[in-house]
Ligand binder design. Structure first.
Ligand code: NAP
Length: 243
């Protein structure tokens, strides 16, 4: 059984922590600390940044971590790169748990863009867009005063201009909810990052049904190294490296 550090902040990280504890591993989940009342993982929890690669490498050594599981969000590029580098420096085996990206289906009208700046630039003047991208990345959209914006986020947002409507919510969202929201807010563009997974995918089905165009922000490339898509595969990897 191994001493395991899970870099969390996703539903998979919670499921992985539960399964790894059940399998007898000594599990600590690490959260960045952005969400005020996060869901509590099984095992131990630590919160807050490590202080870059050096801080994470020091933590791995001090805590005698034997396996590092990066189960962070597909768009959390900084911590993923730090995890790869710190694992390299310390010789701690690392695995990336990365859920598959969403793929367009028949009936989808997606415009795929490389980043959020390109997403903001892709919106036509006068459109009414629902943004489900996280509160820290709104800046390029707020610069566009010619857009009607509805922003959905987990935490309340301060300092938004009065013309921007704010909706609080934490997934998973049901299809009926998403359809009702898109219709009630008269949305004609949906802006989302290609997070993948089921918890946030109902909005894509709703957009398909209502023939709403989707501006889909593509993922950053993950660091090189081993990667699995499913919690079960991560558990099997853990069993394989356990001393
Ligand atoms: P990021 O840009 O890759 O990371 C920024 C910094 O936050 C990292 O350098 C690290 O600080 C700290 N950090 C990030 N994840 C951490 C973790 N699990 N434990 C301890 N420190 C962590 O990440 P982000 O986009 O800000 O995301 C932060 C967290 O929110 C991630 O855990 C991610 O899974 C979750 N999340 C992100 C998104 C998204 O769209 N980006 C969506 C949902 C959930 P130090 O350098 O000081 O160690």
């Amino acid at each position: 059984m191994a001493r395991v550090l899970i870099l969390g902040g996703t539903g998979e990280a919670l499921r992985l922590a539960e399964a790894a504890v059940a399998a007898g591993h000594a599990v600590t989940t690490s959260l960045a600390g952005r969400t005020e009342s996060p869901r509590q993982p099984a095992g131990a929890l630590r919160t807050g940044g490590f202080g870059g690669v050096e801080g994470l490498a020091a933590y791995l050594r001090e805590e005698a971590v034997e396996a590092l599981l990066d189960a962070t969000h597909p768009f959390a590029a900084r911590i993923a790169a730090n995890a790869a580098e710190a694992a390299e420096q310390t010789g701690v085996p690392r695995l990336k748990l990365l859920r598959p990206a969403w793929q367009p289906l028949a009936g989808d009208a997606w415009q795929q863009v490389p980043n959020l700046e390109a997403a903001a630039a892709a919106l036509p003047a006068g459109c009414r867009a629902l943004l489900t991208i996280g509160r820290q990345e709104l800046a390029p959209f707020l610069e566009r005063e010619d857009l009607g914006l509805v922003v959905r986020s987990i935490e309340p947002l301060d300092g938004l201009p009065p013309q921007v409507r704010q909706i609080q919510g934490r997934g998973p969202f049901a299809l009926a909810e998403e359809l009702a929201l898109l219709e009630a807010e008269a949305i004609d563009r949906l802006v989302t990052k290609n997070a993948g997974g089921k918890a946030a995918s109902a909005k894509l089905e709703a957009a398909r049904r209502l023939r709403i165009q989707v501006v889909m922000v593509e993922r950053p490339a993950p660091p090189p190294g081993p990667s699995v898509a499913r919690v079960e595969a991560a558990l099997a990897w853990l069993a394989g490296i356990s001393p």
